[in-house]
Design a protein around this ligand. Structure first.
Ligand SMILES: Cc1cc2nc3c(=O)[nH]c(=O)nc-3n(C[C@H](O)[C@H](O)[C@H](O)COP(=O)(O)OP(=O)(O)OC[C@H]3O[C@@H](n4cnc5c(N)ncnc54)[C@H](O)[C@@H]3O)c2cc1C
Length: 597
């Protein structure tokens, strides 16, 4: 039994920032994470953190960042979250610097910012293409000195409730297989994404949607689950590395997309919402990436949902690359700058290394082959904008597991700033909640039921193991609820999920409880099934195409759904969905959007 005031589940950027805030408020804080400290998803972030510091272009400011985020999210964002995020991100980034983060610098020594898709001005503070590493290092160094307890390689299985509010969590220690019970007045979920529900993904093994499922099972609401981001550029070859991310920073530095005919196909289809802001010629696009303030951005830097769909179109229509992607070319900048190879290696060191090591390809000389990869969940736990508290009292959520900021599509760089802004808010408010509501008594029946359920796979004999079930689920979701969706595929997906759930319900594992990956995977299946069902049901309920959710049977937006979000909660008979209208934008924010054009 471990007693805390605030328990943080997850040690990525959101969890660490929440833990720092809560411990700074003087309460006892414990953090649990599935793997080792420093290995969370956040460490993989490459391109940068978006904040309107206006170091590179003084025309930037929170208003422009707010308008960009709302436009990128197709106005389905929680406007208050988008406002807080745009206003507070610069302070959070400067604070990181004060804590020791070493960002790339401008000539006059300020934090350098780079271009990224959907951002009007260079806005992403970065450290080459290893920004997440610096962020995690800084937060860990800072957090470790604050007296926070860390429990590594511990997986939370179930949230414990008492009297309609949070009481704690049941977990198991992955190494020894023993159960642990945590009591806490408040719990912050910071468990990241759901990418492992898909076959092709940039996400690591940890992202099985645990936090989404834990919250749902405990009675909290989920929103926007249909909006799943497929990043346009993942590696497609060789097969063993398929899905690994190729940062948008490549395009920010001047990289261009071409089809097998050598045409820059992104110029073929520019959405009306972005026509005014997009370069008319390749030359103008190049000037933009080199900092010409009079130029407009190249179409490669349109939002991710659009770029991903254009790539799928090229491949489907037979103009793809040999391994089913398209070409991303940064080597071409050799035509423009004499120091191109050195510049690429300096600005994109991980990409250079990644392709050299994994694909035996030198990106300073040859184009890369890339295609869409499942990347980011815009949907997640419904939270209050100010406090990040979910609809379950005492349960907070921040980072990728929480929903609202990004609406129908996230802009690159807006996740790292989301983690900082709302991680801090979640930690502050969780600490205040825990002070006002001391930990409740744990209901031992909930603990016993959770333990029984977790150990059940050891009692069962089955012909197939959990890995095959997980692989079948991933393949099915990729094929039926992927980047291009339709009603009959999604109905077929629901049928398939029922039969996969039946198999998961009878799966057995062998061996003992000490570091048993088969057992761990059997336990992950429940979470993967919850998030897969939520994505599919929400996808069926949203009878239109918008942002990251594209339905070929309903390819247009339905104006009736302009301000509608889909809310999911657990009911007696299973998953219950309802539509809800977002609150109207205040006049001041509406004006900002109108002025941005
Ligand atoms: C390759 C890559 C590059 C990216 N680049 C960028 C970028 O340049 N800019 C940007 O803004 N965004 C980027 N993103 C997105 C961004 O990195 C993530 O959205 C973000 O890091 C998520 O942070 P988080 O704190 O919410 O969760 P994570 O960093 O994902 O951490 C989740 C934590 O929860 C723990 N956890 C999960 N389940 C459990 C459980 N059941 N019990 C206990 N612990 C649990 C994990 O162990 C982990 O510690 C990138 C993503 C990827 C994959």
């Amino acid at each position: 039994m471990n007693r805390y005031d605030v328990l943080v589940i997850g040690a990525g950027g959101a969890g660490l920032r929440a833990a720092i805030a809560a411990s700074g408020a003087g309460v006892r804080v414990g953090v649990v994470c599935k793997s080792l400290l420093g290995k969370a998803h956040t460490v993989m972030a490459e391109g940068g953190v978006a904040a309107a510091l206006a170091n590179v272009d003084e025309r930037d400011g929170w208003r422009v960042h707010f308008a960009d985020t709302m436009r990128g999210g197709q106005y389905l964002n929680d406007w208050r979250m988008a406002e807080l995020h745009a206003k507070e991100a610069p302070d959070r980034v400067n604070e990181l610097e004060a804590w020791g983060a070493l960002f790339d610098r401008t000539q006059d020594g300020r934090i350098l910012q780079r271009n990224f898709g959907g951002h009007a001005y260079p806005r992403l503070a970065h450290v080459g293409d290893r920004t997440g590493l610096e962020m995690i290092r800084t937060l860990q160094d800072h957090g470790i000195h604050q007296g926070i307890d860390f429990h590594m390689e511990v997986t939370v299985l179930r949230l414990l409730t008492a009297g309609g509010r949070m009481a704690g969590a049941l977990a198991y220690d992955r190494e020894r297989g023993r159960f642990l019970v945590f009591t806490a007045g408040a719990v912050v979920l910071a468990t990241g994404g759901i990418g492992r529900a898909y076959e092709i993904t940039s996400n690591s093994w940890e992202y099985t949607g645990d936090g989404h499922a834990l919250a749902y099972e405990a009675g909290a609401e989920l929103v926007d689950m249909e909006f799943l981001q497929f990043h346009p550029t993942g590696m497609v070859w060789p097969p063993s590395v398929r899905g690994i991310l190729v940062t948008e920073g490549v395009r920010g530095e001047g990289g261009i997309l071409k089809n097998s005919e050598g045409r820059r196909f992104m110029f073929d289809d520019i959405p009306p919402l972005y026509r005014e802001q997009t370069a008319a010629t390749p030359e103008e696009g190049w000037r933009y990436t080199q900092g010409d303030r009079a130029a407009r951005r190249p179409p490669e830097l349109l939002t991710r949902d659009h770029v991903a769909r254009c790539i799928v179109r090229e491949v489907r229509e037979g103009r793809g690359s040999p391994h089913g992607g398209v070409f991303l070319d940064i080597a071409w900048i050799g035509e423009k700058r004499s120091d191109a190879a050195e510049h690429i290696r300096r600005k994109l060191p991980s990409m250079y290394h990644q392709f050299k090591e994994l694909a035996d390809l030198d990106i300073t000389e040859q184009p890369m082959e890339v295609g869409p990869t499942t990347h980011y969940a815009m949907g997640g736990v419904r939270v209050d904008a100010e406090s990040q508290m979910s609809t379950l009292p005492g349960l907070f959520a921040a980072g990728e597991v929480a929903a609202g900021l990004h609406g129908a599509n996230r802009l690159g760089g807006n996740s790292l700033s989301d983690l900082l802004v709302f991680g801090k808010r979640a930690g502050d408010h969780a600490a205040a909640f825990a002070r006002a509501n001391p930990a409740a008594t744990i209901d031992s029946a909930q603990v016993e039921a959770g333990e029984r359920e977790a150990l059940a796979p050891f009692e069962r004999q089955s012909d197939e193991g959990p890995f095959r079930i997980q692989a079948d689920l991933q393949k099915m979701m990729q094929a039926k609820v992927g980047i291009v969706r339709n009603e009959s595929d999604m109905h077929a997906a629901l049928d398939a999920l029922r039969s996969i759930a039946a198999r998961a319900g009878t799966v057995g594992v062998t061996g003992h409880r000490e570091y048993n990956p088969g057992w761990h995977t059997a336990l992950d299946l429940r979470n993967l099934l919850v998030v897969s069902e939520a994505v599919t049901r929400a996808g069926l309920a949203r009878e239109e195409s918008r942002g990251a959710h594209f339905r070929e049977d309903r390819p247009d937006k339905d104006p009736a759904l302009d301000r509608t979000r889909i809310v999911i909660r657990k009911a007696e008979g299973g998953m219950e969905l309802r539509r809800e209208t977002l609150p109207p934008l205040p006049d001041e924010l509406r004006r900002i959007i109108e002025e941005a054009g």
